[in-house]
Structures are given as C-alpha cells and as structure tokens.
Ligand binder design. Structure first.
Ligand SMILES: NC(=O)c1ccc[n+]([C@@H]2O[C@H](COP(=O)([O-])OP(=O)(O)OC[C@H]3O[C@@H](n4cnc5c(N)ncnc54)[C@H](O)[C@@H]3O)[C@@H](O)[C@H]2O)c1
Length: 335
C-alpha cells in the first residue's frame, strides 16, 4: 500500500490535531503544510515533517498531493474545496462548510459531481461511544427510536473576537449537534429554537446567545432535543441519550480518571470532566482521518458528505430564524 500524500491547510488549533492524526495513521504522509502564518507551519513541519508554504497554490500544483485537509478559517473552506476538485485532490474539510448557505448551494452540483472524495469534519460521528449507540439503534436494539437528547456544553466561552465572526452559536457550536441529530435522524422536518443570554456580556454585545435549546422533529415523529451552553462549571459536557420503544442507550461524560472515592459523605470521583475538546474527541479526529483515507482506497464513503455539511447549515439557519422570531421553522424537503 503506497502512502497517500496529504497537504494540510492551516496550522492552528485543529490543524495541529490533524497533523498528529496524519503522523499516527498508517499509509498517510504529511507532504505539505500551508499557512500564511509561516511560523505555525514551520513548527508543525519540525515535529511531523512536510514542506511549508504560505501559498495554497503550491499545494494544489505540487503534483504529489493526493489529499488536502482543510483546517483554515471557515471563510476559506468552499474555495479550498473548489480548488481541490479542480486539481483532482481529495478533500477533508473542517466544519462548518461555510456560514452562507447561498455560497454552499453555488458549489453543490460541482461538489456532488466531482471525481474526488469530499468529506466534512463532523468528527463526533467517529467518537466510539456515540458511534456505538448509533450502530445499536440502527440494529434495532431500542425498537423504534422515539427521542434523542444531545447535551453539549463548552467549558468556557471563546474570546469575543471569535464570537464576532463565528456566525452565531447555532452555526458555530450547535452545528456539530445538528450533524449528530442527522446521524440518528437524517430526515428532520421541523426546527424550534430558543436562545438566551444568561452569563456573558461579550456574547450579548455581539447579538449572539450563550445558552440555547433546539427541538427538532423527524419525519417519523422522532423528537430530537439539543441543549448547548457556552460555559460549564464542571468541564466539557458531552452526553447523548437515545430513547426507544424498548429502552434507552446513553453515553456519559469522560473523566480524566476512573478512580473514585466512596465514603459516608458520598460516592464520586470528585474531578471535573475532561475539559478540552481536543482531548475529549482525540480518538474521533484520528478515526475520521483514517476512515476518510480508507474510503479513498476502497472507493467508498465513510464520512459525512458535502450535503451533510449543507444540511447542518440549513438546520443552523432554521434554528437562528426560530430563536429570533419565536416561530417553528419547517425544513421539510430542504435537507
Ligand atoms: N471539528 C472540530 O472539532 C473543530 C474544532 C476547532 C475548529 N474547527 C474548525 O476548524 C477551522 C479552523 O479553526 P481553528 O480553531 O483551528 O482556527 P485557528 O485560528 O487556531 O487556526 C487557523 C489557521 O489557519 C491559518 N490560515 C488563515 N488563512 C489561511 C489560508 N488562506 N490558508 C491556509 N491557512 C490559513 C491561520 O493563520 C491559522 O494558523 C474553523 O473552520 C473551525 O470551525 C473544527
């Protein structure tokens, strides 16, 4: 098996995770790292290898690149996908696909007709716990799926400058949960969302919410509830509960330790949950990349597609509209 040569676009927070994944994945080799902040690219190259450049065109025209991993800021995503298609290079692109659905629609036909594999980085589908629940639901262990509850709370809010360009909590944060919702219930028809400002003056000043809930309805009457907060006093809160006619499957948070103390005052491990998404989801990022590369070799698709990225953004737009107007928004036939 010859290595697939990978060009990494962006060497920031998530780019560093992907560089680690490439290094850890058999049959993958980091050929290029591109970042206008060249020091970031150089630092990663020193650790993991690869040539560096500030110009993405060097990666697209190199001739030795099979795959690009796009980990640059969201406004660059569609352009990178478009250029990768033209260059005949497979592309794993970070979420969200974009913040503007009109731009996504413009590239949709070209993306779906492309001869390259295109995946969007909804890594949580590859979390072993959530994936296991999904497979067991699909195998009928719960009978008919009736309700899905997704709880997702960040340890603390991003800086105000990030919030200002994030597209709002639904497009930036809940976007992962919209994809998780569709992982279980692909055909969602209705969205109702509520948003509130309960703790952050910065987020309020940016006309965004710091606390939200979304209730969605699937075609077969499934109810999906998402609850998000931009802060959580006890660490990163990532839980999921699938409830069906024959029972329930749920995944709890992950603690840094399994050591627990039991005494007369109670039973607890007493530590907050793992509070960094890069650590909590480390395995999922690696599996996401490994399966993407497997798919290229097998001629199959194991990852969320361009259209999954589009669908999550449509749900985010619907939730934004619903939270602003107080009305339920139909997405029937739009996903
Ligand atoms: N899947 C996840 O869990 C997850 C987590 C974090 C971020 N993300 C997504 O990844 C993307 C990057 O986020 P981040 O937190 O790593 O941001 P970041 O700011 O830490 O890093 C972005 C990097 O891209 C570089 N860059 C800017 N323009 C570029 C260009 N045209 N070409 C190449 N590099 C360029 C910047 O210099 C910076 O080093 C965002 O779209 C974000 O939504 C996904």
């Amino acid at each position: 098996m010859s290595d697939l040569n990978i060009g990494l676009i962006g060497s920031g927070r998530i780019g560093q995770v992907h560089a680690g994944s490439i290094a850890d994945t058999k049959g993958a080799s980091l050929a290029w790292i591109c970042d206008p902040f060249i020091e970031g690219a150089e630092k990663l190259a020193a650790e993991f290898g690869g040539k560096v450049t500030t110009n993405p065109e060097d990666v697209f025209s190199a001739g030795d690149v099979d795959v690009i991993v796009v980990a640059s800021p969201t406004p660059t995503h569609l352009d990178m996908i478009d250029r990768a298609i033209d260059a005949g290079i497979h592309v794993l692109c970070e979420k969200p696909i974009d913040l503007d659905i009109a731009k996504v629609e413009q590239l949709r036909d070209k993306a779906n007709a492309a001869n390259v594999h295109i995946a969007i980085g909804f890594n949580r589908r590859f979390d072993p716990q959530f994936e296991s629940i999904n497979k067991r639901v699909a195998a009928g262990e719960l009978g008919t799926l009736e309700q899905l509850v997704i709880l997702s709370r960040d340890p603390g809010p991003a800086p105000r400058a990030y919030i200002a360009v994030s597209g709002g909590i639904f497009r930036d944060m809940t976007i992962h949960d919209f994809d998780m919702a569709r992982y279980f219930v692909p055909d969602i028809v209705e969205v109702f969302a509520a948003g509130a400002n309960v703790f952050s003056e910065d987020i309020k000043a940016e006309n965004d919410y710091d606390s939200v809930s979304v209730t969605m309805k699937g075609r077969n009457g499934e109810i999906v509830v998402v609850v998000n907060s931009r802060h959580s006093a006890y660490g990163y809160d990532q839980r999921l509960e699938a409830f069906g006619s024959d029972g329930m499957l749920f995944a709890h948070n992950i603690s840094p330790t399994t050591v627990q103390k039991y005494d007369a005052s109670g039973t607890s491990n007493g530590e907050p949950f793992i509070d960094a998404f890069l650590v909590r989801y480390a395995v999922s990022y690696r599996r996401e990349l490994a399966l993407f590369l497997d798919g290229i070799r097998d001629g199959k698709n194991y990852n969320p597609t361009f259209d999954d990225g589009r669908a999550a953004l449509i749900l985010a737009d619907a939730a934004t509209e619903s939270a602003r107007t107080g009305k339920t928004v139909s997405v029937d036939g739009k996903l």
